[in-house]
Design a protein around this ligand. Sequence first.
Ligand code: GTP
Ligand code: MG
Length: 585
Amino acid sequence: MAARGVGLLTRVPLCAQGRGQVQRPIHRLLSCPGTVAADLRREEQTSGNVETGSADRLVQKRFSEVQKERREQAQRTVLINCPNKISEKKFLKYLSQHGPINNHFFYESFGLHAVVEFCQKESVASLQDATYTPGLGAEAAIPFRSRFFSVKLKTAENQPSERSNVCCTNQSPPTSRKIFELLCYAESIDDQLNTLLKAFQLTEENTKLRYLTCSLVEDIAAAYFPFCAIKPFGSSVNSFGKLGCDLDMFLDLDETRRLHAQKTSGNFLMEFQVKSVSSERIATQKILSVIGECLDHFGPGCVGVQKILNARCPLVRFSHQASGFQCDLTTNNRIALKTSELLYMYGALDSRVRALVFSIRCWARAHSLTSSIPGAWITNFSLTMMVIFFLQRRSPPILPSLDYLQTLADPEDECIIEGHNCTFTGDLNKIKPSGNTETLELLLKEFFEYFGNFAFNKSSINIRQGKEQNKPESSPLHIQNPFEISLNISKNVNQSQLQKFVELARESAWILQQEDKDRPSPSRNQPWGLAALLLPSVSNSKFLDKKRRKKPASERIKNLLDSIKGSNTENSRNTNGKRTVSTQA
Ligand code: GTP
Ligand code: MG
């Protein structure tokens, strides 16, 4: 029965994922030497280099270098809403009147959109100069010059007679069917973990779209705060982001603030006249409030704007409809940016890290251990910390402690934020690859064993030292914030959620052990290995095998699809941006 049910899944054509999704076309009309090649090299690094092992590490860029390059690239880029039928060739020819185009891609989100990256920033200004504000009939248009355009066909004769010939890149997570097909067709559990990573990780285009969205919001914020920067942080940039994850943005006002006097000659010091408020928090609230208003009233494509100013970390939440991202904008949150850099470092140090983190995140989501609704559950951020800690505890360690990374820091790496020491080396090439050669299969099994038996009642997870510490307070789960060390990032987790995590970890370890004994070879007709761990029935029974045999296959498959559907919509809230708020530690 089971075999028949899964067989049904495998007969679904691989291409049944909607209109014309293809593998990353990167077209060049006129080239800027080096840029595309660099993109493609990076793409190979991020998506191709996921084999098990640590000696295969390539020379990697610093986080700050990546951010700088991506931001500069985004500033030369525009977003264009296109008619459904458009000739790609004519469209590019038309745009290239304004200057050479480095690359472009199309995608669908509330209509067809093109992301077009010019070689020079001046081309954007030229395009803006040639663009007009439409009259909207009975409604009044608020004039606003941004880098988000609509292109219209001048006359009906211009319409291409053939159907639209553009290929759309995919910006959504893979369907549950696709994932189960891929996992069942994998050769080994290691292969399954790598497959899952490749299927869910952010694509080159999705990453570009994230930086572009930040850049568009930056244009709006800059109207009030010239020289501000909007920087993505969290899973969009820390290498642990799954397609469909939210876009965390940080409004950086350091350049606007200029806290330090410039060295000038003469006897005087010039200061800006400013208004003052009674605390940093109030300043943050006022700034975010005004940006929130602006996004709401004038931000093209920004809908469902909510100002959540009383949260521990005040934020503005909105949906950027044209990109499909749910965005959380914060300011005065520099430590979170530094945390993203730290996670990026850990993700890049060994190719097993990301594969393991993605699988654990998918596993947790499949069993409702995590949720897009804030509550007493474990967050993806906490799970990532747990995987990093586990990899620090291997023998020999796969990842170094944060304290060790601090010892490798150069003077330029020194970073103190609000009195917290956030110093660590930003140079990946300084860190020797680990001598540990354990397979992903073993690590997955051991992860479940380790946390299935961890002394949560007395020990704290501490990636700074890379070893357990005595718990300083009584929260069921204690994961020390790596920089604000008196804080617990999992303070929200209650005893019953922790218990659920522990039970599921034990059961999953047990399933993998049983599979080891019983499975002669991977089967394409039955969920096995990682696919079996994603089955929802696991959580409810210690006697999984018996239960599996009893339950009709059709029902199990339905449950399985429902559960994975849940994971695909992770972080996807409806476009009015409604979501409740979490408190951060
Ligand atoms: P997903 O959005 O779930 O894919 O992961 P994420 O890492 O982006 O998590 P989230 O959007 O919830 O938070 C964004 C970033 O804020 C994280 O990567 C952390 O840097 C930081 N952050 C999140 N939760 C906490 C917390 O509880 N304490 C602290 N100090 N920082 C947090
Ligand atoms: Mg996030």
